[in-house]
Design a protein around this ligand. Structure first.
Ligand SMILES: Cc1ncc(C[n+]2csc(CCOP(=O)(O)OP(=O)(O)O)c2C)c(N)n1
Ligand SMILES: [Mg+2]
Length: 354
């Protein structure tokens, strides 16, 4: 499975070939592990919340924490993120609070998006984390365009644009990859190849299942990596963002990973996917392999694990409790940010917003 993928830490938590990425301390390794664990604990809790009817909808990322956290850890202070469907963990890493995101999931009065965006679509301006779009692949040209703007303005910024395997079948991906190459945009096009696009496996979606080749076709530096190895993801993304900022052009990264659960809480993967296919991926888990490595090196242990889990669970519980106390957006806010002055035909209707 990983024969042609760059890897630093194998599924048994053993270093293969290369050493730990240069500059990473044991604190960084613990931080990567803690972020991945945090994202998973949050994810599990949100799925439960949806099953309890306390939020309407959620798109889980379980199994993909290595790709998300590894890439997020590589961001520079000025870099921008254009997410696809499963990168919300990066918004947390950039400073979005659990409370803010849960308010977005509830569409309540404290939601940054004022209840107007689909649930599970956070946005975080302060963290340069652009709102996700559910319209597949539209964010890829946006990412390239923002990178071209940064290049034009002379900003010391690169753009990290995410998309899924399915998105590479969309015209927007191809237009964006072409522009990135032609204009040498300071962008990293990051594909989370999780093997599924809702009910369609990669094998039915494309004849050549090596997404990395699609980057080559557009003249982009293109690399295929083990997306469940946070260290390989971090090192590759840091290198690619650095090259982008240095004017050395774009990179396409294909991070090979797996979607362990359904597409969202609205589908049952067992109705279209053989559960046997999931089994081997359990042994390739991104969090387990980092834990094995940290334990072996004496950086982690059961006591620290319990402390961390309790702290994160308490923070999530506290955020849920506070978010559930917030009411719905006031009707009077309906046209905020929409019109500079309310048009006469709306005023004539009366109602709470005039
Ligand atoms: C333009 C467009 N076509 C179809 C859909 C329906 N749709 C939502 S998610 C999805 C699959 C996306 O798969 P992938 O890009 O692999 O991302 P993943 O869900 O695996 O993270 C599709 C087809 C959509 N939202 N937008
Ligand atoms: Mg996919």
């Amino acid at each position: 499975m990983y024969d042609d993928c760059y890897q630093i830490l194998d599924p048994q938590g053993q270093l293969v070939g290369e050493a730990i990425p240069e500059g990473l301390t044991s604190e960084d390794l613990i931080s990567l592990y803690t972020w991945m664990s945090t994202v998973r604990l949050f994810d599990r809790r949100m799925v439960n919340l949806q099953r309890q009817g306390r939020i309407a909808f959620y798109g889980p990322i379980q199994g993909q924490e290595g790709a998300v956290v590894g890439a997020g850890y590589a961001l520079g202070d000025q870099d921008w993120v254009f997410p696809a469907l499963r990168e919300q963990g990066i918004a947390f890493m950039q400073g979005l609070t659990f409370f803010d995101y849960i308010c977005q999931l509830m569409g309540n009065e404290s939601d940054h998006c004022k209840g107007r965006q689909m649930p599970c679509h956070p946005t975080f301006r302060e963290g340069r984390y652009v709102s996700m779009s559910s319209v597949i692949a539209t964010q890829v040209p946006h990412a390239v365009g923002a990178a071209m703007a940064a290049q034009y303005r002379g900003d010391d910024a690169a753009v990290l644009g995410f998309f899924g395997d399915g998105a590479t079948s969309e015209g927007d991906f191809h237009a964006a990859a072409n522009f990135a190459g032609v204009f040498k945009a300071p962008v990293v096009l990051f594909c989370q190849n999780n093997h599924w696009a809702i009910t369609v496996p990669v094998s039915k979606q494309m004849r050549n299942t090596r997404i990395v080749d699609k980057g080559e076709a557009y003249g982009l530096r293109s690399v295929r990596i083990d997306g469940n190895d946070a260290l390989a993801v971090f090192e590759t993304t840091r290198d690619a963002l650095g090259r982008a900022r240095a004017g050395e052009g774009p990179t396409l990264i294909e991070a090979v990973t797996y979607r362990m659960l359904g597409h969202t809480t609205s589908d049952d993967p067992n109705s279209y996917r053989d559960p046997a296919e999931v089994e081997p991926w359990k042994a390739r888990d991104p969090i387990d392999r980092m834990r094995l490595y940290l334990d072996r090196e004496g950086h982690w242990g059961e006591e620290l694990q319990q402390e961390m889990e309790t702290r994160v669970r308490d923070e999530i519980d506290d955020a849920i409790r506070r978010a559930e106390e917030v009411g719905p957006p006031l009707p009077a806010t309906l046209f905020e940010d929409v019109f500079e002055t309310i048009p006469s035909h709306l005023i004539d209707q009366g109602g709470p917003y005039v």
